[in-house]
Design a protein. Structure first.
Length: 228
């Protein structure tokens, strides 16, 4: 006699709810065996939707508005956020919540022109995560240390097979960075300009206030520029 064990669709393939920020980072979640609901239309973003100039939409992903995400009936395996605002936006949902620390505490305070001292921001986040049972993960040890979280460090990584072998026919450097004007201090941009004065360096990224650089057409274009 055959015994058939049925599994719900949720058990067959779980779903993550992810805020649309840092497309290059979110894109890597496509390697997981999870469906991705990616929240778009967020305030302060250069583009309302997913930015195809940075990365293509993950094959297992779909875009969703915040209001739609808050009303979604299915239970998410985890909600992935990138800042305190994201955490507050999903306070009405009860699923496990993760905040990914992409920058140092000091850099975040500087970038957002925070009125609170960095130590106050750290304390606020720690208390809020403790209240909701949330967790923090940092993309590097130095960034985790600045926030006081070193338990979970998930470094940046790439699939080398996604890229092309180097050909090097263009004698210049390549700096890939978005919105430098708002992050000059964080990026030590004055040092960058002094270090590469007189050296050919191409700037690639969304930098509308800076001359001489523009974003790649898409990820294929970006990879071909790196190859050359």
């Amino acid at each position: 006699m055959d015994i058939v064990v049925s599994m719900s669709e949720q058990e067959k393939r779980k779903t993550l709810l992810v805020f649309n920020c840092h497309e290059a980072w979110v894109y890597q979640l496509g390697a997981l065996d999870f469906k991705l609901d990616i929240i778009v239309g967020l305030k302060g973003r250069y583009k309302a939707g997913w930015d195809e100039q940075m990365r293509p939409m993950p094959a297992n992903g779909r875009v969703i508005g915040l209001e739609e995400a808050l009303k979604e009936k299915q239970e998410y395996y985890c909600i992935v956020t990138h800042n305190i605002t994201d955490l507050l936006d999903v306070k009405t949902r009860n699923e496990p919540k993760l905040i990914v620390l992409h920058s140092t505490l000091e850099g975040r305070a500087m970038e957002e022109k925070a009125r609170r001292r960095p130590e106050e921001l750290k304390d606020i986040l720690r208390k809020y995560l403790a209240t909701i049972g949330g967790h923090a993960a940092a993309v590097s040890l130095s960034k985790g240390q600045s926030w006081g979280w070193t338990e979970t460090i998930v470094p940046f990584g790439i699939n080398a097979d996604d890229y092309y072998p180097h050909t090097g026919e263009e004698a210049c450097g390549l700096r890939i960075c978005n919105f430098i004007e708002s992050k000059r201090k964080i990026l030590l941009w004055d040092l960058h300009e002094k270090a590469f004065a007189g050296v050919a360096v191409r700037l690639v990224g969304h930098n509308p206030k800076m001359a001489g650089g523009k974003a790649a057409g898409d990820w294929e274009d970006l990879k071909r520029q790196m190859q050359r």
